[in-house]
Design a protein around this ligand. Structure first.
Ligand code: C2E
Ligand code: MG
Ligand code: MG
Ligand code: MG
Length: 279
């Protein structure tokens, strides 16, 4: 395992574990241990403004390298943390590390927006806004430069309580983004009631949109919807130049995907950024 590898090179961890097998219980205890000992790793994936061609921010993605099993994808360990009461701790850990990193980059002249993913239990946690506030204050970071990504299903699981937490976060100046847009069951009403700033078109529509006419129509429609509501649109999962060009035509605001850069360690991202932006 090296930081230079792309996500695609990792082996896929088996997903067919039954709940409560010995393996899973031991993995859970390993995850707990990993959190306690500060052993998760944060990767950063650049987001580029499609008009100015400037890198404007990064999405923070958690990585877990298990000492015996190797790479375990977040699609395995995030739900595991969520179902076992570890999510609150994980989210605060991620925010703490990511905003610390952001401050260090700031001191080196890199002014980047930071996007962090939230999970269902985060929105049920009334202490989240105060905790976020405390970390922002600790690293002297402008709340406007922090985006919190939530999914439609997160809101829909307990809309009233979720709305309350989101309103509080938004009143602090933090930006809110709807991740994986188009894949969840949801009402479009929350888009106008909620102080959402950004929509991320799910990668399943973006990846093959130059080959699949229906996906192109869906992406086009989401971009128009967002713009009509005064929201910014991010396309995730851009893997090919053709898709990139198509999204420029459709006036998509922000681009994210392997075509630009895969998620990378702080150091690899920094080197990539310096080479790209300064030379
Ligand atoms: P997401 O938030 O939708 O993140 C985007 C995912 O797409 C990431 O997968 C990223 O590596 C992948 N990706 C980026 N560009 C491309 C591309 O061009 N093609 C393809 N096929 N994929 C691309 P990753 O890192 O495996 O994370 C999966 C999910 O796990 C994330 O989806 C997010 O929901 C969750 N996750 C990851 N880190 C965290 C975290 O720290 N906290 C929480 N709550 N969730 C996290
Ligand atoms: Mg995300
Ligand atoms: Mg997404
Ligand atoms: Mg996703």
């Amino acid at each position: 395992y090296t930081a230079k590898r792309t996500d695609r090179e990792y082996s896929i961890f088996s997903t067919d574990l039954d709940t409560h097998t010995i393996e899973q219980l031991s993995l859970l205890s390993d995850l707990r241990d990993t959190l306690v000992h500060d052993k998760l790793i944060l990767y950063y994936q650049p987001q580029m403004d499609m008009k100015t061609k400037k890198v404007v921010g990064v999405e923070v993605l958690s990585r877990w390298i298990h000492p015996l099993q190797g790479y375990i994808p977040p699609d395995i360990f995030i739900p595991m943390a969520e179902q076992n009461g570890l999510m609150k701790k994980l989210t605060l850990w991620v925010l703490e590390k990511a905003l610390h990193q952001s401050k260090k980059w700031c001191e080196e002249g890199l002014n980047l927006h930071i996007s962090v993913n939230l999970s269902a239990s985060d929105l049920q946690d009334f202490h989240l806004p105060d905790n976020v506030q405390r970390i922002l204050y600790k690293y002297n970071i402008d709340p406007k430069t922090l985006t919190l990504e939530i999914t439609e299903s997160l809101i829909m699981s307990d809309p009233v309580r979720a709305m309350e937490t989101l309103k509080h976060l938004s009143s602090m100046g933090i930006k809110l983004s709807i991740d994986d847009f188009g894949t969840g069951y949801s009402s479009l009403a929350y888009l106008k009631n909620l102080s959402v700033d950004e929509i991320k078109v799910d990668k399943s529509f973006v990846m093959d949109m130059t080959e699949d006419k229906n996906n192109e129509i869906i992406v086009r429609t989401i971009i128009n919807l967002a713009h009509n509501l005064g929201l910014r649109v991010v396309a995730e999962g851009i893997e090919q130049k053709g898709v990139w060009n198509k999204l420029v035509d459709l006036e998509c605001d922000i681009a994210q995907g392997y075509f630009l850069c895969a998620p990378a360690s702080a150091e690899s991202f920094y080197n990539w950024y310096i080479e790209r932006e300064l030379f």
